[in-house]
Design a protein around this ligand. Structure first.
Ligand code: C2O
Ligand code: CU
Ligand code: CU
Length: 509
Protein backbone atom coordinates (compact mmCIF):
# COMPACT_ATOMS: atom_id res chain seq x y z
CA UNK A 1 0.00 0.00 0.00
CA UNK A 2 2.71 2.44 0.90
CA UNK A 3 3.77 2.51 -2.72
CA UNK A 4 0.21 3.54 -3.46
CA UNK A 5 -0.96 0.89 -5.87
CA UNK A 6 -4.55 0.83 -4.70
CA UNK A 7 -6.29 -1.58 -2.40
CA UNK A 8 -6.00 -5.30 -2.58
CA UNK A 9 -8.32 -7.69 -0.82
CA UNK A 10 -5.49 -8.53 1.56
CA UNK A 11 -5.06 -4.88 2.50
CA UNK A 12 -8.72 -4.58 3.25
CA UNK A 13 -8.63 -7.67 5.45
CA UNK A 14 -5.58 -6.38 7.29
CA UNK A 15 -7.20 -3.03 7.69
CA UNK A 16 -10.27 -4.69 9.07
CA UNK A 17 -8.21 -6.36 11.76
CA UNK A 18 -6.41 -3.10 12.48
CA UNK A 19 -9.76 -1.40 12.75
CA UNK A 20 -10.99 -3.73 15.45
CA UNK A 21 -7.72 -3.43 17.34
CA UNK A 22 -7.83 0.33 17.03
CA UNK A 23 -11.31 0.57 18.49
CA UNK A 24 -10.34 -1.63 21.41
CA UNK A 25 -7.19 0.41 21.90
CA UNK A 26 -9.26 3.55 21.98
CA UNK A 27 -11.45 2.24 24.76
CA UNK A 28 -8.47 1.20 26.82
CA UNK A 29 -6.81 4.53 26.27
CA UNK A 30 -9.97 6.29 27.28
CA UNK A 31 -10.20 4.40 30.58
CA UNK A 32 -6.52 4.89 31.19
CA UNK A 33 -6.85 8.63 30.85
CA UNK A 34 -9.86 8.61 33.09
CA UNK A 35 -7.87 6.92 35.84
CA UNK A 36 -5.16 9.55 35.57
CA UNK A 37 -7.49 12.51 35.47
CA UNK A 38 -7.38 14.63 38.57
CA UNK A 39 -11.04 15.52 38.35
CA UNK A 40 -13.31 12.91 39.95
CA UNK A 41 -15.01 11.81 36.78
CA UNK A 42 -16.81 8.51 36.44
CA UNK A 43 -14.60 5.76 35.14
CA UNK A 44 -16.29 3.08 33.13
CA UNK A 45 -17.02 0.96 36.16
CA UNK A 46 -18.54 3.66 38.31
CA UNK A 47 -20.91 5.38 35.97
CA UNK A 48 -24.53 4.50 36.53
CA UNK A 49 -25.39 2.34 33.56
CA UNK A 50 -24.10 2.95 30.06
CA UNK A 51 -22.98 6.52 29.80
CA UNK A 52 -24.64 8.61 27.12
CA UNK A 53 -22.77 9.27 23.95
CA UNK A 54 -20.63 12.38 24.37
CA UNK A 55 -22.68 15.46 23.79
CA UNK A 56 -25.71 13.52 22.63
CA UNK A 57 -27.49 14.63 25.74
CA UNK A 58 -31.13 14.78 26.51
CA UNK A 59 -30.20 17.82 28.54
CA UNK A 60 -32.44 20.82 28.35
CA UNK A 61 -30.94 24.26 28.19
CA UNK A 62 -29.51 24.02 24.72
CA UNK A 63 -31.93 26.59 23.30
CA UNK A 64 -29.18 29.06 22.66
CA UNK A 65 -31.29 32.06 21.73
CA UNK A 66 -29.93 34.74 19.46
CA UNK A 67 -26.69 33.98 17.69
CA UNK A 68 -23.85 35.74 19.47
CA UNK A 69 -20.67 36.85 17.83
CA UNK A 70 -17.25 36.69 19.37
CA UNK A 71 -15.67 39.83 20.79
CA UNK A 72 -14.12 41.98 18.03
CA UNK A 73 -10.59 43.38 18.26
CA UNK A 74 -10.01 45.88 15.46
CA UNK A 75 -6.80 47.52 14.39
CA UNK A 76 -6.34 51.23 15.02
CA UNK A 77 -4.01 53.32 12.87
CA UNK A 78 -2.61 50.21 11.23
CA UNK A 79 -1.85 48.36 14.47
CA UNK A 80 -3.48 45.58 16.41
CA UNK A 81 -1.79 44.38 19.55
CA UNK A 82 -3.31 41.57 21.59
CA UNK A 83 -2.61 38.66 23.88
CA UNK A 84 -4.17 35.22 23.87
CA UNK A 85 -3.75 32.45 26.42
CA UNK A 86 -4.50 28.93 25.34
CA UNK A 87 -5.93 27.16 28.37
CA UNK A 88 -8.42 24.63 29.63
CA UNK A 89 -11.24 26.66 31.12
CA UNK A 90 -14.67 26.11 32.50
CA UNK A 91 -17.06 27.69 30.04
CA UNK A 92 -20.41 27.27 28.37
CA UNK A 93 -20.62 25.40 25.11
CA UNK A 94 -23.96 24.42 23.59
CA UNK A 95 -25.71 25.55 26.76
CA UNK A 96 -23.72 23.29 29.09
CA UNK A 97 -21.03 24.05 31.63
CA UNK A 98 -18.03 22.15 30.31
CA UNK A 99 -14.27 22.18 30.39
CA UNK A 100 -13.07 23.27 26.96
CA UNK A 101 -9.99 24.87 25.47
CA UNK A 102 -10.15 28.61 25.00
CA UNK A 103 -8.01 31.58 24.03
CA UNK A 104 -9.93 34.08 26.15
CA UNK A 105 -12.62 32.59 28.35
CA UNK A 106 -15.03 31.74 25.54
CA UNK A 107 -15.25 29.76 22.33
CA UNK A 108 -14.48 30.94 19.68
CA UNK A 109 -11.64 33.33 20.41
CA UNK A 110 -11.93 37.03 19.56
CA UNK A 111 -12.37 38.12 15.96
CA UNK A 112 -9.45 40.16 14.65
CA UNK A 113 -10.43 42.86 12.15
CA UNK A 114 -7.60 44.40 10.19
CA UNK A 115 -6.78 46.02 6.86
CA UNK A 116 -4.18 45.45 4.16
CA UNK A 117 -0.92 47.04 5.27
CA UNK A 118 -1.61 46.50 8.99
CA UNK A 119 0.68 44.95 11.54
CA UNK A 120 -0.59 42.52 14.18
CA UNK A 121 1.48 41.82 17.26
CA UNK A 122 0.20 38.93 19.28
CA UNK A 123 1.54 37.33 22.44
CA UNK A 124 0.44 33.73 22.78
CA UNK A 125 0.83 32.17 26.20
CA UNK A 126 0.58 28.43 26.55
CA UNK A 127 -1.55 27.52 29.54
CA UNK A 128 -2.09 23.98 28.25
CA UNK A 129 -0.27 20.86 29.37
CA UNK A 130 0.96 20.17 25.83
CA UNK A 131 2.95 22.20 23.27
CA UNK A 132 1.04 24.59 21.04
CA UNK A 133 1.56 27.43 18.57
CA UNK A 134 -0.55 29.61 16.29
CA UNK A 135 -1.32 29.65 12.58
CA UNK A 136 -3.15 32.42 10.72
CA UNK A 137 -4.85 30.23 8.15
CA UNK A 138 -5.00 31.72 4.65
CA UNK A 139 -3.21 34.94 5.55
CA UNK A 140 -0.59 36.03 3.08
CA UNK A 141 2.10 36.85 5.63
CA UNK A 142 5.66 35.67 6.06
CA UNK A 143 5.97 32.10 7.34
CA UNK A 144 9.41 32.80 8.79
CA UNK A 145 10.82 34.05 12.10
CA UNK A 146 8.06 35.30 14.34
CA UNK A 147 5.62 35.57 11.45
CA UNK A 148 3.19 32.77 10.65
CA UNK A 149 5.81 30.19 11.52
CA UNK A 150 4.28 26.78 12.20
CA UNK A 151 7.67 25.36 13.17
CA UNK A 152 7.55 27.38 16.39
CA UNK A 153 6.84 25.24 19.43
CA UNK A 154 5.63 26.85 22.64
CA UNK A 155 6.09 24.58 25.62
CA UNK A 156 3.56 24.52 28.45
CA UNK A 157 4.04 27.65 30.55
CA UNK A 158 5.88 29.38 27.71
CA UNK A 159 4.95 32.30 25.48
CA UNK A 160 5.79 33.56 21.99
CA UNK A 161 5.47 36.98 20.41
CA UNK A 162 4.10 36.81 16.89
CA UNK A 163 4.48 39.73 14.51
CA UNK A 164 2.37 39.58 11.36
CA UNK A 165 2.85 42.20 8.67
CA UNK A 166 0.18 42.36 6.01
CA UNK A 167 1.29 43.67 2.64
CA UNK A 168 -0.56 46.64 1.22
CA UNK A 169 -1.88 44.24 -1.44
CA UNK A 170 -3.14 41.66 1.09
CA UNK A 171 -6.43 40.18 -0.19
CA UNK A 172 -9.58 41.08 1.73
CA UNK A 173 -11.74 38.31 3.11
CA UNK A 174 -12.28 35.96 6.01
CA UNK A 175 -9.40 34.00 7.50
CA UNK A 176 -8.99 32.25 10.81
CA UNK A 177 -6.46 31.23 13.42
CA UNK A 178 -5.89 27.90 15.12
CA UNK A 179 -3.06 25.85 16.68
CA UNK A 180 -0.67 24.08 14.33
CA UNK A 181 1.61 22.00 16.49
CA UNK A 182 2.13 18.74 14.63
CA UNK A 183 0.69 15.84 16.61
CA UNK A 184 -2.00 17.67 18.55
CA UNK A 185 -3.53 20.11 16.10
CA UNK A 186 -6.80 18.18 15.71
CA UNK A 187 -7.23 17.73 19.44
CA UNK A 188 -6.62 21.40 20.22
CA UNK A 189 -8.94 22.65 17.48
CA UNK A 190 -11.65 20.18 18.53
CA UNK A 191 -11.19 21.43 22.10
CA UNK A 192 -12.13 24.99 21.13
CA UNK A 193 -8.98 26.83 20.01
CA UNK A 194 -9.96 28.87 16.98
CA UNK A 195 -11.09 32.35 16.03
CA UNK A 196 -11.83 34.49 12.98
CA UNK A 197 -9.74 37.11 11.17
CA UNK A 198 -11.34 39.58 8.80
CA UNK A 199 -9.36 41.69 6.37
CA UNK A 200 -11.63 44.56 5.38
CA UNK A 201 -12.63 45.26 1.79
CA UNK A 202 -11.00 48.33 0.29
CA UNK A 203 -14.45 49.18 -1.14
CA UNK A 204 -17.18 48.13 1.29
CA UNK A 205 -19.81 45.69 0.04
CA UNK A 206 -23.26 47.10 0.87
CA UNK A 207 -25.28 44.84 3.18
CA UNK A 208 -28.11 45.16 5.69
CA UNK A 209 -26.00 43.28 8.20
CA UNK A 210 -22.78 41.36 8.38
CA UNK A 211 -22.37 38.16 10.35
CA UNK A 212 -19.46 35.89 11.13
CA UNK A 213 -20.50 32.24 11.51
CA UNK A 214 -17.75 29.95 12.69
CA UNK A 215 -18.92 26.36 12.46
CA UNK A 216 -17.14 23.84 14.64
CA UNK A 217 -17.83 20.41 16.02
CA UNK A 218 -16.88 18.96 19.35
CA UNK A 219 -18.09 16.58 22.03
CA UNK A 220 -18.06 16.12 25.79
CA UNK A 221 -18.67 13.23 28.11
CA UNK A 222 -21.39 13.18 30.75
CA UNK A 223 -19.08 14.93 33.21
CA UNK A 224 -18.46 17.82 30.82
CA UNK A 225 -14.93 16.84 29.81
CA UNK A 226 -13.79 16.91 26.21
CA UNK A 227 -14.23 13.71 24.30
CA UNK A 228 -10.91 11.94 23.76
CA UNK A 229 -10.69 10.55 20.25
CA UNK A 230 -10.39 6.81 19.83
CA UNK A 231 -7.69 5.50 17.56
CA UNK A 232 -10.31 4.76 14.92
CA UNK A 233 -11.46 8.37 15.11
CA UNK A 234 -7.87 9.50 14.68
CA UNK A 235 -7.70 7.47 11.47
CA UNK A 236 -11.02 8.53 9.97
CA UNK A 237 -10.74 12.07 11.27
CA UNK A 238 -12.64 12.84 14.45
CA UNK A 239 -16.12 14.35 14.24
CA UNK A 240 -17.94 15.79 17.23
CA UNK A 241 -21.60 15.13 17.85
CA UNK A 242 -22.19 18.80 18.57
CA UNK A 243 -22.12 20.98 15.47
CA UNK A 244 -21.97 24.57 16.67
CA UNK A 245 -22.07 28.07 15.28
CA UNK A 246 -19.94 30.48 17.31
CA UNK A 247 -19.97 27.90 20.10
CA UNK A 248 -23.78 27.82 20.22
CA UNK A 249 -26.14 24.97 19.44
CA UNK A 250 -29.39 25.87 17.71
CA UNK A 251 -29.02 29.64 17.77
CA UNK A 252 -31.42 31.95 15.97
CA UNK A 253 -30.85 34.79 13.52
CA UNK A 254 -33.50 37.31 12.58
CA UNK A 255 -33.96 39.49 9.51
CA UNK A 256 -36.57 41.46 7.60
CA UNK A 257 -37.79 40.42 4.15
CA UNK A 258 -35.57 41.90 1.44
CA UNK A 259 -32.58 42.30 3.76
CA UNK A 260 -29.31 41.38 2.16
CA UNK A 261 -26.96 39.96 4.72
CA UNK A 262 -23.32 39.19 4.26
CA UNK A 263 -22.31 36.00 5.99
CA UNK A 264 -18.74 34.95 6.42
CA UNK A 265 -18.73 31.24 7.16
CA UNK A 266 -15.72 29.35 8.48
CA UNK A 267 -15.48 25.57 8.57
CA UNK A 268 -13.48 25.16 11.77
CA UNK A 269 -14.31 21.47 12.17
CA UNK A 270 -11.32 19.16 12.56
CA UNK A 271 -12.59 16.74 9.90
CA UNK A 272 -16.22 17.33 9.04
CA UNK A 273 -17.15 18.63 5.60
CA UNK A 274 -20.06 21.07 5.56
CA UNK A 275 -22.58 20.72 2.77
CA UNK A 276 -24.65 23.79 3.46
CA UNK A 277 -28.21 24.64 2.55
CA UNK A 278 -30.59 27.42 3.55
CA UNK A 279 -33.79 26.34 1.84
CA UNK A 280 -36.33 29.06 1.13
CA UNK A 281 -33.71 31.84 1.13
CA UNK A 282 -31.54 33.18 -1.68
CA UNK A 283 -27.80 32.63 -1.49
CA UNK A 284 -25.05 34.05 -3.70
CA UNK A 285 -21.41 33.18 -3.16
CA UNK A 286 -18.92 36.01 -3.53
CA UNK A 287 -16.07 33.56 -3.24
CA UNK A 288 -14.41 30.78 -1.29
CA UNK A 289 -11.43 31.45 0.99
CA UNK A 290 -9.80 34.71 -0.12
CA UNK A 291 -10.65 34.06 -3.77
CA UNK A 292 -13.33 36.35 -5.17
CA UNK A 293 -15.39 35.15 -8.12
CA UNK A 294 -15.75 37.44 -11.16
CA UNK A 295 -19.45 37.78 -10.25
CA UNK A 296 -21.59 36.51 -7.34
CA UNK A 297 -22.70 32.94 -7.96
CA UNK A 298 -26.29 31.92 -7.09
CA UNK A 299 -26.28 28.62 -5.22
CA UNK A 300 -28.76 26.27 -3.54
CA UNK A 301 -26.00 24.52 -1.66
CA UNK A 302 -22.24 24.49 -1.42
CA UNK A 303 -19.52 22.49 0.25
CA UNK A 304 -16.90 23.79 2.65
CA UNK A 305 -14.09 21.36 3.38
CA UNK A 306 -12.36 21.70 6.76
CA UNK A 307 -10.47 25.00 6.67
CA UNK A 308 -12.53 26.54 3.84
CA UNK A 309 -14.45 29.78 4.26
CA UNK A 310 -17.38 31.19 2.29
CA UNK A 311 -18.13 34.83 1.63
CA UNK A 312 -21.88 34.69 1.11
CA UNK A 313 -24.74 37.08 0.38
CA UNK A 314 -28.12 36.00 1.75
CA UNK A 315 -31.23 37.78 0.48
CA UNK A 316 -33.92 37.26 3.09
CA UNK A 317 -37.29 35.84 2.04
CA UNK A 318 -40.18 35.90 4.53
CA UNK A 319 -40.47 32.64 6.45
CA UNK A 320 -38.59 30.31 8.75
CA UNK A 321 -35.43 28.75 7.39
CA UNK A 322 -32.75 26.54 8.85
CA UNK A 323 -29.10 26.65 7.97
CA UNK A 324 -28.17 23.00 7.83
CA UNK A 325 -25.36 20.74 6.80
CA UNK A 326 -26.37 17.67 4.81
CA UNK A 327 -24.72 14.25 4.84
CA UNK A 328 -21.49 14.24 2.87
CA UNK A 329 -19.62 11.15 1.75
CA UNK A 330 -15.92 11.71 2.36
CA UNK A 331 -15.03 8.06 1.92
CA UNK A 332 -14.48 5.14 4.23
CA UNK A 333 -11.65 3.02 5.50
CA UNK A 334 -12.10 -0.73 5.26
CA UNK A 335 -13.92 -2.19 8.21
CA UNK A 336 -13.41 0.98 10.19
CA UNK A 337 -16.33 2.16 8.11
CA UNK A 338 -17.34 5.68 7.26
CA UNK A 339 -17.49 8.78 9.44
CA UNK A 340 -20.94 9.53 10.80
CA UNK A 341 -21.29 12.64 8.62
CA UNK A 342 -21.68 10.30 5.64
CA UNK A 343 -25.23 9.60 6.75
CA UNK A 344 -26.07 12.28 9.31
CA UNK A 345 -26.47 15.99 8.75
CA UNK A 346 -27.11 18.61 11.39
CA UNK A 347 -29.14 21.77 11.87
CA UNK A 348 -26.81 24.68 12.51
CA UNK A 349 -28.97 27.73 13.15
CA UNK A 350 -32.47 29.07 12.52
CA UNK A 351 -33.05 32.07 10.27
CA UNK A 352 -36.37 33.80 10.89
CA UNK A 353 -37.50 36.41 8.40
CA UNK A 354 -40.52 38.49 9.47
CA UNK A 355 -41.86 42.01 9.68
CA UNK A 356 -41.96 44.89 7.24
CA UNK A 357 -39.71 44.84 4.20
CA UNK A 358 -36.25 46.13 5.04
CA UNK A 359 -34.47 49.05 3.39
CA UNK A 360 -33.15 48.39 -0.12
CA UNK A 361 -29.46 47.61 -0.45
CA UNK A 362 -27.24 48.66 -3.33
CA UNK A 363 -25.85 45.82 -5.43
CA UNK A 364 -22.42 44.45 -4.62
CA UNK A 365 -19.73 46.22 -6.65
CA UNK A 366 -18.04 44.03 -9.22
CA UNK A 367 -14.55 43.05 -8.10
CA UNK A 368 -11.60 43.70 -10.36
CA UNK A 369 -11.36 40.88 -12.89
CA UNK A 370 -9.48 38.09 -11.09
CA UNK A 371 -6.15 37.00 -12.43
CA UNK A 372 -6.37 33.68 -14.27
CA UNK A 373 -3.21 31.55 -14.03
CA UNK A 374 -4.57 29.31 -16.80
CA UNK A 375 -3.62 32.01 -19.26
CA UNK A 376 -0.04 32.08 -17.99
CA UNK A 377 2.94 30.00 -19.02
CA UNK A 378 3.72 27.29 -16.49
CA UNK A 379 7.34 27.13 -15.34
CA UNK A 380 7.12 23.73 -13.68
CA UNK A 381 4.83 20.77 -13.12
CA UNK A 382 4.70 18.39 -10.19
CA UNK A 383 2.69 15.45 -9.04
CA UNK A 384 1.87 15.24 -5.33
CA UNK A 385 0.62 11.88 -4.10
CA UNK A 386 -1.58 11.50 -1.04
CA UNK A 387 -1.83 7.99 0.36
CA UNK A 388 -2.95 5.93 3.32
CA UNK A 389 -1.19 2.64 3.78
CA UNK A 390 -0.46 -0.03 6.32
CA UNK A 391 2.40 -0.04 8.73
CA UNK A 392 2.74 3.53 9.93
CA UNK A 393 3.32 4.65 13.47
CA UNK A 394 0.08 6.59 13.45
CA UNK A 395 -1.37 6.96 16.89
CA UNK A 396 1.95 6.00 18.40
CA UNK A 397 0.86 2.41 18.86
CA UNK A 398 2.51 0.93 15.79
CA UNK A 399 0.81 -1.20 13.24
CA UNK A 400 -1.56 1.61 12.34
CA UNK A 401 -2.04 3.45 9.11
CA UNK A 402 0.65 5.52 7.45
CA UNK A 403 -0.63 8.86 6.17
CA UNK A 404 1.86 10.01 3.57
CA UNK A 405 2.57 12.56 0.90
CA UNK A 406 4.83 11.25 -1.84
CA UNK A 407 5.37 8.14 0.24
CA UNK A 408 6.74 9.92 3.30
CA UNK A 409 5.40 10.97 6.68
CA UNK A 410 6.01 14.52 7.89
CA UNK A 411 9.50 15.46 9.05
CA UNK A 412 10.02 19.07 10.05
CA UNK A 413 13.75 18.79 9.32
CA UNK A 414 13.30 17.77 5.70
CA UNK A 415 12.40 20.09 2.84
CA UNK A 416 10.20 18.09 0.48
CA UNK A 417 9.57 20.66 -2.23
CA UNK A 418 11.96 23.37 -3.31
CA UNK A 419 10.38 26.05 -5.41
CA UNK A 420 12.04 28.97 -7.13
CA UNK A 421 10.57 32.32 -6.24
CA UNK A 422 8.53 33.66 -9.16
CA UNK A 423 7.62 30.20 -10.46
CA UNK A 424 4.15 29.46 -11.76
CA UNK A 425 3.60 25.79 -11.16
CA UNK A 426 0.94 23.29 -12.01
CA UNK A 427 0.41 20.58 -9.41
CA UNK A 428 -1.47 17.38 -10.07
CA UNK A 429 -2.60 16.19 -6.66
CA UNK A 430 -3.32 12.49 -6.79
CA UNK A 431 -5.33 10.85 -4.03
CA UNK A 432 -4.72 7.12 -4.06
CA UNK A 433 -6.70 6.44 -0.91
CA UNK A 434 -10.34 5.60 -0.21
CA UNK A 435 -10.95 8.85 1.69
CA UNK A 436 -11.15 12.51 0.63
CA UNK A 437 -8.22 14.74 1.56
CA UNK A 438 -8.79 18.51 1.51
CA UNK A 439 -5.36 19.75 0.45
CA UNK A 440 -4.06 22.94 2.02
CA UNK A 441 -1.03 25.04 1.11
CA UNK A 442 0.14 27.89 3.32
CA UNK A 443 1.04 31.36 2.00
CA UNK A 444 0.47 30.82 -1.76
CA UNK A 445 -3.18 30.37 -2.84
CA UNK A 446 -4.07 27.69 -5.39
CA UNK A 447 -6.25 28.15 -8.46
CA UNK A 448 -8.42 25.17 -9.37
CA UNK A 449 -7.87 23.89 -12.90
CA UNK A 450 -9.44 20.44 -12.75
CA UNK A 451 -11.35 18.58 -10.03
CA UNK A 452 -12.17 14.89 -10.20
CA UNK A 453 -11.32 14.70 -13.90
CA UNK A 454 -13.45 17.71 -14.88
CA UNK A 455 -11.86 20.95 -16.02
CA UNK A 456 -13.35 24.13 -14.62
CA UNK A 457 -15.17 26.33 -17.12
CA UNK A 458 -13.04 29.09 -18.58
CA UNK A 459 -15.17 31.69 -16.81
CA UNK A 460 -14.72 30.05 -13.41
CA UNK A 461 -11.72 31.54 -11.69
CA UNK A 462 -11.71 29.74 -8.34
CA UNK A 463 -8.80 30.47 -6.02
CA UNK A 464 -8.64 28.78 -2.62
CA UNK A 465 -6.20 27.77 0.05
CA UNK A 466 -7.91 24.42 0.69
CA UNK A 467 -8.86 22.40 -2.40
CA UNK A 468 -10.89 19.19 -2.54
CA UNK A 469 -9.15 16.00 -3.58
CA UNK A 470 -11.81 13.32 -3.55
CA UNK A 471 -11.12 9.66 -2.79
CA UNK A 472 -9.24 7.89 -5.62
CA UNK A 473 -9.32 11.06 -7.63
CA UNK A 474 -7.14 13.88 -8.90
CA UNK A 475 -7.19 17.65 -8.59
CA UNK A 476 -5.06 19.98 -10.69
CA UNK A 477 -4.13 23.47 -9.44
CA UNK A 478 -1.89 26.32 -10.49
CA UNK A 479 0.10 28.34 -8.00
CA UNK A 480 2.05 31.57 -8.41
CA UNK A 481 5.02 31.56 -6.04
CA UNK A 482 5.25 35.31 -5.97
CA UNK A 483 5.44 37.81 -3.20
CA UNK A 484 6.60 36.10 -0.02
CA UNK A 485 9.44 33.64 0.31
CA UNK A 486 10.17 31.14 3.00
CA UNK A 487 9.68 27.69 4.44
CA UNK A 488 6.24 26.43 5.37
CA UNK A 489 3.92 23.44 4.93
CA UNK A 490 1.20 21.82 2.84
CA UNK A 491 -1.06 19.15 4.28
CA UNK A 492 -4.40 17.46 4.49
CA UNK A 493 -6.80 19.66 6.46
CA UNK A 494 -8.47 16.68 8.05
CA UNK A 495 -6.29 17.57 10.96
CA UNK A 496 -6.06 14.04 12.32
CA UNK A 497 -4.54 13.04 8.96
CA UNK A 498 -2.10 15.92 9.23
CA UNK A 499 -1.20 14.92 12.80
CA UNK A 500 -0.70 11.37 11.54
CA UNK A 501 1.87 12.49 8.99
CA UNK A 502 0.08 13.75 5.88
CA UNK A 503 2.08 16.96 5.68
CA UNK A 504 5.15 18.14 3.79
CA UNK A 505 7.58 21.04 3.93
CA UNK A 506 7.92 23.50 1.07
CA UNK A 507 10.55 26.18 0.68
CA UNK A 508 10.40 29.05 -1.77
CA UNK A 509 13.74 30.77 -2.26
CU1 C2O B 1 -5.64 25.64 8.80
CU2 C2O B 1 -1.84 24.40 8.02
O1 C2O B 1 -3.75 24.95 8.48
CU1 CU C 1 -3.30 27.12 6.97
CU1 CU D 1 -6.79 13.50 4.80
Amino acid sequence: MADGRGWTRRDVLLLGAAGVAAVTGGVLLWNGLRDDADAPTPAAGTSPGPSPAPGASDEPGTSAGTLREPEVLASVDGRLDLALTAALVETEVAGRRVRALSYRDGVPGPTLRVRAGDRITLRLRNGLDAPTNLHTHGMVVSPEGNGDNVFVMIEPGGAFDYDYRLGTDHPPGVFWYHPHHHGNTAEQLFGGLFGGIIVEDPTPIPASRERLLIVSDTGFDAAGDLHVATQAERMLGREGELVLVNGQLGATMEAAPGDRERWRLVNACSSRFLRLRLDGQRMALLGIDSGRFAAPRDVDEFVLAPGNRADLLVTAVEGEAVLRTLPFDRGAMGMMGAPSSATAGADLAAFTVTGPVGAAVDPAPRPAAPRDLRTRAVTGRRTVRLAMGMGGMAGGMGGGMAFTIDGREFDHDRVDLDVAHGAIEEWTIVNESPMDHPFHLHVWPMQLVEVDGAALAAADVDVRDVVPVRARSTTVVRIAFEGLRGRTVYHCHILDHEDNGMMGVIETT
